[in-house]
Design a protein around this ligand. Structure first.
Ligand code: ADP
Length: 332
């Protein structure tokens, strides 16, 4: 598809070049031949008043033939110039068409990968749901108690699916740059306080100590976006930190940027996983194997998309069984 689109675009470039260069060539040919005609006629008129040259000189001398030869040469030069222009344009057009279509091709490839990944992730819980419902329906001796248990487990799977689709929608929104949110100057310390308040019950359940260290910082961003990043980082910090651990959030203004740090005393991330945790659907083996830790591996990729949107950066330092520190930097 990409190749045929590239060839079509090249053909369109060529049509435009041929029309322009053809029109110019006709104009030049018309002008030059008219000028030649005028000059030759002038010479012819002048020669009529002169005595006839000796027969030796007259041999092979004809103004009309010279005029036709000159016109022919002009035509040849123009044809050669046009051929060269068309050949160069074809090569340049093919190259430029490739360059023009490259980002479109990348976007389509990315779209395909997104759809494939999303379908794959949706398929697994759906298959489990279908299988358990099927088995329950075929069981003639199914008791009400057992049916309730199956329904309860199915409900949990449905809730997971709901959260997965919400995350996928959020990710899809950030893939569409035209979907702008309202941006304005906000006090980041308020947003941090709001996020901490939302996450506090989850921290309380695990008796995790939540430390907050903020200063007043004003920044022009969308409140919704920044709150999302904070909630993702705080939610992960609590999720991946065992009972009685601690999570600290720090907000500070550094020269020309805002620094948001979320540090935990959790399970940490293995070195080989760090390079991938911002990829869509990536979950470190440790998190996958601990079936109690729910998640789809979408949070950090959403956080990265948001931070990228504001030309900021997100990084992590971590060591196994000691903890992780995520650092977000946003330009002021
Ligand atoms: P999810 O948490 O839903 O799996 P994320 O994209 O938020 O997805 O995180 C990707 C992976 O990064 C997680 O599966 C986990 O392995 C690792 N991770 C993220 N935050 C932490 C953290 N604070 N401590 C340890 N591992 C983390």
């Amino acid at each position: 598809m990409f190749r045929s689109a590239r060839l079509k675009l090249t053909a369109w470039y060529l049509v435009i070049i041929i029309v322009i260069s053809g029109a110019f060539s006709l104009f030049i040919y018309g002008g030059v031949t008219a000028d030649l005609n005028r000059r030759f006629m002038k010479i012819e008129r002048r020669m009529q008043g002169m005595p006839a040259p000796p027969p030796k000189l007259q041999k092979g001398f004809s103004l009309r033939t010279d005029l036709a030869a000159a016109q022919h040469r002009v035509l040849l030069i123009l044809l050669f110039a046009n051929g060269t222009i068309i050949a160069i344009s074809a090569l340049a057009g093919y190259f430029l068409a490739g360059r023009t279509l490259e980002p479109i091709k990348d976007a389509i490839d990315e779209q395909k990968r997104f759809v494939a990944d999303a379908s794959h992730e949706l398929r697994t819980p759906l298959t489990t749901l279908k299988a358990s419902t099927d088995i329950a329906l075929r069981d003639k001796k199914l008791t009400i108690k057992a049916a309730r248990e199956i329904l309860q487990s199915n409900l949990e799977d449905i809730e997971d699916l709901e959260s997965l689709t919400t995350n996928l929608l959020t990710l899809a929104q950030f893939r569409n740059p035209e979907q702008e949110r309202s941006v304005g100057e906000i006090g980041l310390e308020e947003v941090v306080a709001g996020a901490v308040k939302k996450i506090a019950p989850a921290a309380g359940e695990k008796e995790i100590d939540l430390k907050v260290d903020t200063e007043q910082v004003k920044i022009t961003v969308s409140r919704e976006d920044i709150e999302k990043v904070l909630l993702i980082l705080l939610d992960n910090a609590i999720k991946y930190t065992p009972k009685n651990g601690s999570v600290a959030i720090r907000l500070a203004a550094e020269h020309k940027c805002v620094l948001i740090e979320v540090a935990d005393t959790g399970m940490g991330i293995a070195k080989q996983d760090i390079a991938h945790i911002f990829d869509r659907f990536y979950r470190a083996d440790a998190s996958r194997s601990k079936s109690l830790i729910s998640g789809f591996g979408l949070g950090l990729s959403i956080a990265k998309k948001i931070v990228d949107k504001y030309h900021g950066s997100i990084a992590v330092e971590s060591s196994i069984d000691t903890g992780s520190t995520f650092t977000v930097k946003l330009p002021l």
